[in-house]
Design a protein around this ligand. Structure first.
Ligand SMILES: O=C(O)CCC(=O)C(=O)O
Ligand SMILES: [Fe+2]
Length: 685
């Protein structure tokens, strides 16, 4: 291990404060270091911080130079939120430095460090000088212009918050950077009002979208998730590949002009794990990762065990940074025990044994118990894409069930329990057995054939929806299902009308979703922006593991509601939720409820679409899109009056998800959908 200083540069150094040695790797000491330097002594900033801030200081490196260099470089490259200018600058720096005097293989860690710090320094200088500053709203707490970087140490210049946390807050609550918005609904409303400004050509100085995570000059393709929140692309380590720009920040769907919608695991944002670096194959990678998570998280009924006992096999590899899994508490469970959590060496060949974990909490899960239980399992994980050199102790898996309290509810002749809770400030209610078991059985028995289900790209993840509509825009489409669903729907509406100030609310959409093995395994975390109130019924909890999860923000752990067949979850558009099924086939039935006038809008939009589609081929060309935009009164703030073609071009750019240059009805509806969000009626009870 060496601790020598870099050789002094031959040129005299300007700007070296008295009391400090000549700066070893070129440049000047930062004011911060100078201030921290003891009189006549030498500053000793922490090595990591010093590197990240571009200072060169005594530093010990105990690893091979090239490996260390490469690792640091990769980290910097992938973590920095670079806008285009910074990225170019960074690339130039990298190239220049690779041709610089240090080009020869570094002889030791000292040379390595010098080169490393020079790259950092150069790149950071580039960042500071980036001509396109981040807009003021990029961080409410005042992220200085031109400086948007996460050093990988979890800190940035955004008032001490890591940019990760900051992003989190933006995505989860929509509050940061939105000085006028009181809540995410309002924020998103403001956001969607600027829909026309989506697009790569947005320039600084134009009116800023209210919820926008990228520098205006950032990598071009932008997309938004189900909540209407736009993400920008994280810089990729592979600068040579344009496709690599598709590597995304986190959860939700990303749409680009060039690429179809891609899936993304939400967990990788915080952990940095399983971060796909290229769009090509991102879906496959996400699927593989989902499978990995699924396979490690099995909650099984032990063969021959009494029905009340459930067993968890932590099998296979799981994400060491954020292993998560869900179990369904068996409906009949009185006591839930996990006697054999991890059997060392058991299972698939090549699996590494882990130290036996211990149960840190156990819970009772009686039917209709006062609260839903939460179970945690602690242990040490050795599994993973690469075994950990030193397993980390601590809680590695939690069967997280949101906290709740139980209340008795009467809805007409129906009497039952509701569990109420809140996740990330968004309230939910679980109505146990709002649909009776018999009704659930009838619903399943009347299910239309699989090919009658829609397979359009889902607005959340772009994959086939596999959903069947019983009502669309309040119009009944399938009587056989409605006949058996109606009593439960009426009960749900009694509940909704009593709980929310929404007298004119109607069931605007009623749909069944299926999550079949080999077909669809889940739905990314999202908010239901298409409904004022959503009601989701569980139709067959016995047949699958996993299910509906809630999240308090996009980086938070998923907590699973222990739903049983017939249970209904009622929530509003602010609840972040998704679906993950790790085994079996799942069916759910959702009601999307909104004020009648807002619901009728779909009929109006459909009328506009049909009227604009002059050749009747079901798809709008740019000329037809112009007519559609005019009729639907879609506006683009920065477009001059009378510039209809410009509006239509922006509309196509934003809405044309399959990139065929035309707008089909689904694409047109989606964009209108997102630009006209429902109100969120206040809760009255
Ligand atoms: O299938 C479910 O349980 C929920 C579906 C959902 O969240 C949605 O369609 O928005
Ligand atoms: Fe949803």
């Amino acid at each position: 291990m060496r601790t020598r200083m870099c050789p002094p540069p031959s040129a005299p150094q300007a700007g070296t404060p008295p009391g400090l040695p000549r700066r070893p790797c070129g440049g000047v000491w930062s004011a911060e270091v100078a201030a921290a330097a003891p009189r006549g002594g030498r500053a000793r900033p922490r090595a990591g911080a010093a590197l990240a801030a571009g200072r060169c200081e005594r530093h010990r490196i105990n690893t091979s130079c090239s490996g260390h260099w490469a690792r640091q470089f990769r980290e910097f490259d992938s973590r920095a939120y670079l806008n285009r200018e910074s990225r170019e600058h960074f690339t130039i720096c990298r190239e220049r430095l690779s041709r610089a005097p240090h080009r020869r293989q570094p002889r030791d860690s000292r040379d390595c460090l010098c080169r490393l710090s020079r790259v950092h320094h150069c790149a950071l200088r580039g960042l500071r000088q980036a001509p396109a500053p981040l807009p003021a709203w990029s961080c409410a707490a005042g992220w200085p212009p031109g400086y948007g970087i996460d050093t990988g140490k979890g800190r940035d210049r955004c008032e001490g918050r890591s940019s990760m946390e900051w992003m989190d807050q933006v995505k989860g609550k929509g509050k940061i950077g939105l000085p006028h918005a009181q809540n995410s609904q309002q924020a998103l409303k403001e956001f969607t009002a600027t829909w026309g400004d989506l697009g790569p050509e947005r320039r600084p100085g134009t009116s800023a979208p209210t919820l926008f995570l990228a520098a205006p000059a950032g990598p071009e393709p932008l997309g938004y998730n189900g909540a209407g929140v736009r993400y920008f692309y994280r810089g990729s380590g592979d600068a040579s590949s344009k496709e690599a720009r598709g590597s995304t920040l986190t959860g939700g769907a990303i749409a680009t002009r060039r690429h179809r919608w891609t899936k993304q695991l939400s967990s990788d944002f915080l952990t940095g794990a399983a971060m796909p670096t290229q769009v090509g194959g991102a879906r496959e990678r996400a699927d593989a990762a989902a499978r990995r998570v699924g396979s490690c998280a099995e909650a099984k009924q032990a063969p021959g065990a009494p029905a009340a006992v459930s067993r968890i096999d932590l099998a296979g590899a799981f994400d060491r940074a954020a292993p998560q899994f869900a179990i369904q508490l068996p409906a009949s469970a009185e006591r839930v025990e996990f006697p054999d959590l991890l059997r060392p060496g058991a299972g698939a060949a090549g699996r590494r044994p882990g130290a036996a974990p211990k149960l840190c909490a156990e819970g009772l899960a009686r039917d209709d118990s006062e609260r839903l239980v939460r179970l945690c399992i602690s242990g040490e994980a050795r599994a993973g894409p690469r075994p950990l050199a030193r397993p980390r102790p601590g809680v590695h898996a939690c069967v997280a069930v949101p906290a709740s309290r139980r209340e008795l509810v009467r809805l007409g002749a129906w009497r039952g329990y509701q569990f109420v809770g809140a996740e990330g400030g968004a309230e939910w209610a679980l109505l146990r057995g709002l649909l009776s078991r018999e009704e659930a059985r009838l619903v399943l028995s009347r299910m239309p054939p699989l090919d009658a289900f829609e397979a359009k790209p889902d607005s959340i993840d772009g994959a086939a929806t596999h959903e069947f509509y019983v009502y669309k825009a309040a119009r009944l489409l399938h009587r056989p299902l409605d006949d058996v669903m109606r009593p439960a729907m009426d009960r749900a509406m009694l509940f909704v009308r009593a709980r929310y100030a929404c007298d004119t609310c109607v069931v605007c959409f009623s749909l069944v979703r299926r999550y079949l093995e080999g077909e669809r395994r889940g739905l990314h975390a999202h908010q239901d922006m298409q409904a004022s109130v959503s009601v989701v019924f569980t139709l067959n909890s016995e047949d699958y593991e996993g299910g509906l999860f809630l999240m308090s923000n996009y980086s938070a752990a998923q907590s699973y509601l222990p739903l049983r067949t017939g249970d209904a979850v009622v929530h509003q558009a602010d609840l972040l939720h998704g679906v993950a099924v790790s085994r079996g086939n799942r069916w759910s039935w959702s009601l999307w409820i909104k004020p009648e006038a807002e619901c009728n809008m779909f009929v109006t939009v459909k009328g506009h679409f049909t009227a604009a589609d002059s050749d009747g081929d079901g798809r709008l060309s740019i000329a037809e899109a112009e007519e559609f935009a005019r009729r639907a009164n879609l506006q683009r703030p920065s477009a001059a009056p009378g510039r209809g073609r410009e509006v239509a071009a922006a509309l196509l750019r934003v809405a044309d998800m399959d990139g065929d240059g035309l707008l089909d009805a689904y694409e047109a509806f989606t964009v209108v959908f997102k630009s006209t969000m429902p109100s969120m009626p206040p809760r009255v009870r």
